[in-house]
Design a protein around this ligand. Structure first.
Ligand SMILES: Cc1ncc(COP(=O)(O)O)c(C=O)c1O
Length: 460
């Protein structure tokens, strides 16, 4: 393909109309939603960049697979297709399907975490942290310092600070550590990849202290793409071989299939070869998710995941996707919008702390920016900052997040470059009036995962 051109390796067979409602209606909708974009009706949104989770467009091959669903309670042929596919891509012996990623977490984590244990990660995703805590553990993050400096280039900002991690293990004693979770790509730090070298070092740490190493594998293929494109030694290796090597260093994975498996629902627990753990997972899955050959999914869903896993590791698809997101990021950056740089795998993360320095973290600058972008162009992004992080459970104080990000998350195979150009232009349009944007305060604040249902209002 000629340099500089980014042509999708697919054509569009079915469309879903979208509509930009008038600005006055957007204002009313936002007020009604309590200044929380989660409470909008999707019809009030023009371009929906809330999440890349379950918002993907499936291929004709996946839809055809849905018609081949074997809805047997036990032993569905789609389960075996999924199992064979996982064995082929990851070299893992066992799988248990789950209804989505958090379903995998709720089954696996209580088997590995005891009351009072610590769980160490580069950065826990919010449901991952919640499941660690529900199992009685404490979640600790050990991401490298470079990730906190959004302007500074680092090819693998999702990496662990291995020295800090080891220091913590020594300090607390290995018996107080339940497991290490490697989140690939590291969503909360900006969809940033983890290098193979780092995965290997973390795995060695796990071996040294006899700790299981678990992959939070939602965006495994995007992580492999970054390794291929940023490490010379890997540029001629296939995505599949890179994935095999990544997963050879870990013992098990939890996966939200709603991302890189390009489906709308589903999750997987993968276990490399630990028969005892597999048997425990199978038993635990039954009351929580369902019989271990369907785990909360219909046969047709498992078929779509099996087919999607194969499509999601194709190099031309991954290259187009990552390049498209990069294009949006570069356009914003060159127009003076600060972003987490380099651009990550599934989203562009706008640094609202830097763009709106007049709004303190307790007034949620990234949420205020997200609301303004909705008013400007009917675009729905999401806050990844102090609103998401919540309060200290002991003191009740608002915790200051290391980041105040507006995440513009790109669903797979859904939007074209012109949609993303519109997003960039809309954000650039509001850049000159950001100092007029007001911070927010709660009118209703739920105790748990408050960002989903909270109600807010601008501070006059
Ligand atoms: C890194 C990571 N882990 C786990 C999850 C949870 O997956 P699910 O939403 O399928 O429950 C997500 C979802 O966004 C995620 O990004």
């Amino acid at each position: 393909m000629p340099k500089g051109l980014n042509v999708p390796p697919y054509k569009i067979k079915m469309v879903e109309p979208i509509n930009l409602i008038p600005k006055e209606e957007r204002k009313k909708a936002l007020k009604r939603a309590g200044y929380n974009l989660f409470s909008l009706k999707s019809e009030e949104v023009f371009i929906d960049l809330l999440t890349d989770s379950g918002t993907n467009a499936m291929s004709d091959n996946q839809w055809a697979g849905m018609m081949r669903g074997d809805e047997s309670y036990a032993g569905s042929k789609n389960f075996f297709h999924l199992k064979d596919t996982v064995q082929d891509i990851f070299d893992y012996k066992h799988i248990v399907p789950t209804h989505q990623g958090r379903g995998a977490e709720q089954v696996l984590f209580p088997l590995l975490v005891d009351e009072g244990d610590y769980v160490l990660s580069n950065m826990h995703f919010d449901t991952t942290k919640a499941h660690v805590e529900l199992a009685g553990g404490t979640a600790k993050n050990f991401i490298i310092d470079e990730a906190l400096n959004t302007d500074k280039y680092h090819p693998f900002k999702g990496n662990f600070d291995v020295d800090k991690t080891e220091k913590f293990i020594k300090e607390k004693g290995k018996d107080k550590i339940a497991m290490i979770i490697i989140t690939i790509t590291c969503n909360s730090a900006g969809g940033q990849p983890v290098s193979l070298e780092n995965i290997k070092k973390v795995s060695q740490l796990g071996k040294k202290y006899d700790l299981p190493v678990i992959m939070d594998a939602a965006r495994f293929a995007e992580n492999a793409f970054f390794i291929k494109s940023r490490v010379q030694e890997y540029e001629n290796k296939s995505i599949k071989n890179i994935i095999k090597e990544m997963f050879s260093y870990t013992d098990a994975f939890t996966m939200s299939a709603k991302k890189d498996a390009i489906v709308n629902i589903g999750g997987i627990i993968g276990i490399k070869d630990d028969e005892e753990l597999y048997n425990k997972v199978r038993s635990q899955a039954v009351p929580l998710e369902g019989f271990p050959t369907y785990g909360g999914l219909a046969g047709r869903d498992m078929e779509a995941i099996a087919r999607g896993l194969k499509e999601g590791i194709q190099y031309p698809y991954l290259k187009h996707r990552i390049d498209q997101i990069n294009l949006l990021g570069e356009k914003l950056k060159s127009n003076g919008i600060p972003i987490q740089y380099p651009v990550g795998g599934h989203a562009v993360f706008v640094n609202a702390k830097k763009l709106l320095p007049h709004i303190p973290y307790q007034q949620f600058p990234a949420q205020a920016l997200a609301n303004e972008l909705y008013l400007e162009g009917g675009i729905r992004g999401v806050e990844i900052g102090s609103l998401l992080l919540g309060r200290d459970p002991k003191t009740g104080e608002q915790i200051e997040s290391p980041f105040e990000f507006l995440r513009l998350t790109i669903p797979r195979r859904v939007y074209t470059d012109s949609h993303l150009n519109f997003v960039a232009e809309s954000l650039i349009n509001i850049k000159d009036r950001v100092d007029k944007i007001k911070g927010l305060k709660f009118t209703y604040e739920p105790d748990i995962l408050r960002h989903f249902t909270a109600r807010l209002k601008p501070i006059e």
